[in-house]
Design a protein around this ligand. Structure first.
Ligand SMILES: Cc1cc2nc3c(=O)[nH]c(=O)nc-3n(C[C@H](O)[C@H](O)[C@H](O)COP(=O)(O)OP(=O)(O)OC[C@H]3O[C@@H](n4cnc5c(N)ncnc54)[C@H](O)[C@@H]3O)c2cc1C
Length: 412
């Protein structure tokens, strides 16, 4: 049998896969992307961070995203028991983009995948990667793919980028998965015609609303262009399981417990059945190995609270493409020093923020009445996605800085 051969095979055409494909094509590499679904397809993860704009720019995709007319975003707002605070990402410690978009992922991901094709990547939709036998010592990997009609074929690939998201193809095959140290949480979410007219609702910001009785239960409202919103609740699964009925009924019941949110959505039209996703936090013991690297969610997923997922996916694609450029040029490369370690650095910054959010400390900080402007700008930079900027003390010593600030805020 004649087995086709490619330089780089990417599993999945989500944000990580498409950006990696575009960057590698711009280096002149031959890229094949295998995508299980037909695009456009639904995906959760709709609020981008300004840091992600730099990667869209680097991949040559920014114009297509700007022209799509998504909802402009310039910050994040938080609400707890009637108390409101917000961050304007244009006022931040780190240099770089201060604005971005809130996107319907079906459209956004499709645009990115089409951009990757425009740069010459081949994307095969409704083809699913079933198995990958990695080669050693420069021998290509052998990838088994299933087409939509059920037929299987094989591809030899010089390098594999696993960007399969929660599909986590290589982590499962290579048994790289390690348990997340977060409790098992889930989310129930939908899109609504939000019916919000005027008032003080800022459509240019994601709004995170804390449940009045449970500080570890929170809602997102992510306004889209055209009077629609993404709405979701995140909680430990034991909390979500207390509610009966369809996913929509359960989400409505939990929303009804939060007065400001139920008032905000009083005229909403719930026209889309809600969905539930549980146990999404995941980790791996290594992010790369001989002949492969894990991108985006295929490597690690923390938590949705700070909307960091797509930014981390883009960052991983950008780092991997840079290492591959040098590797294909015949240079000796160090995947740990140039990919694994720097990627983890930003992920760990977000991890410390997520831990502090659920423990309550970060909420003590942001709802504190007297916020020092310079400290607020440092936090704003991280919420805007600049989690790799070592000039920010909250990146350099994240946990220590957060703990110290929490202690000060708790006193006064
Ligand atoms: C409740 C919730 C809310 C979130 N909110 C946000 C947010 O507001 N902002 C944000 O930035 N992030 C958010 N995220 C995270 C975000 O969804 C992800 O981090 C992001 O989609 C990761 O992109 P990716 O390219 O790694 O994977 P994905 O977007 O999941 O893409 C992976 C692709 O691989 C394909 N695939 C899977 N298996 C195979 C296979 N075997 N063969 C071929 N193709 C395959 C899939 O079909 C898919 O298209 C949220 C996540 C959750 C769970």
């Amino acid at each position: 049998m004649n087995i086709e051969a490619v330089e780089i095979l990417i599993v999945g055409a989500g944000p990580a896969g498409s950006v990696a494909a575009a960057l590698l094509r711009q280096q002149g590499r031959q890229v094949l992307v295998i995508e299980r679904e037909q695009f456009p397809r639904f995906s959760i993860g709709e609020s981008l961070l300004p840091q992600s704009m730099a990667y869209l720019e680097q991949a040559g995709m920014l114009q297509a995203v700007v022209e799509a007319g998504f909802q402009f975003k310039n910050g994040a707002a938080f609400m707890r028991n009637g108390r409101y605070t917000d961050f304007d990402f244009r006022d931040k410690h780190s240099a770089g983009w201060g604005t971005t978009y809130q996107v319907q992922r079906a459209d956004f991901d499709h645009i990115l995948a089409k951009e990757a094709e425009r740069f010459g990547a081949e994307v095969r939709y409704r083809h699913e990667v079933l198995n990958i036998e990695l080669g050693t010592k420069g021998v290509p990997a052998l990838v088994t793919v299933k087409r939509a009609d059920g037929e299987q074929y094989q591809v030899r690939a010089g390098f594999i980028l696993d960007a399969s998201g929660f599909g986590r193809v290589l982590p499962r095959l290579l048994k790289l998965e390690t348990p997340s140290n977060f409790p098992v949480r889930g989310a129930i979410f939908t899109h609504i015609a939000d019916g919000i007219h005027g008032g003080d609702f800022d459509r240019t910001k994601i709004r995170v609303t804390v449940h009045p009785q449970h500080c570890d239960v929170w809602f997102w409202t992510i306004p889209f262009a055209g009077g629609r919103c993404s709405l979701g609740v995140v909680a430990e699964t034991s909390f979500l399981d207390r509610y009966q009925g369809s996913a929509t009924e359960r989400l409505q019941a939990i929303v009804a417990e939060e007065p400001s949110l139920s008032a905000l959505l009083a005229h909403a039209r719930w026209d889309t059945p809600a969905r539930q996703i549980v146990g999404y936090s995941a980790n791996v013991d290594k992010l790369w190995g001989e002949g492969y690297a894990l991108l985006g969610n295929a490597g690690e997923f923390l938590d949705p609270v700070f909307s960091s997922g797509v930014t981390i996916a883009f960052k991983s694609a950008s780092l991997a493409a840079a290492v591959l450029e040098r590797q294909f040029a015949g240079e000796q490369v160090d995947w740990q020093a140039d990919f694994g370690a720097p990627l983890r650095k930003g992920v760990d910054t977000f991890r410390a923020f997520v831990e502090s959010w659920y423990a309550g400390g970060f909420q003590t900080i942001i709802f504190h009445e007297n916020q020092q402007p310079e400290v607020k700008r440092m936090i704003s930079a991280i919420l805007a996605g600049y989690a790799w900027d070592l000039s920010n003390p909250f990146v350099k010593e994240t946990s220590r800085r957060l703990a110290a600030l929490e202690a000060v805020c708790a006193q006064g």
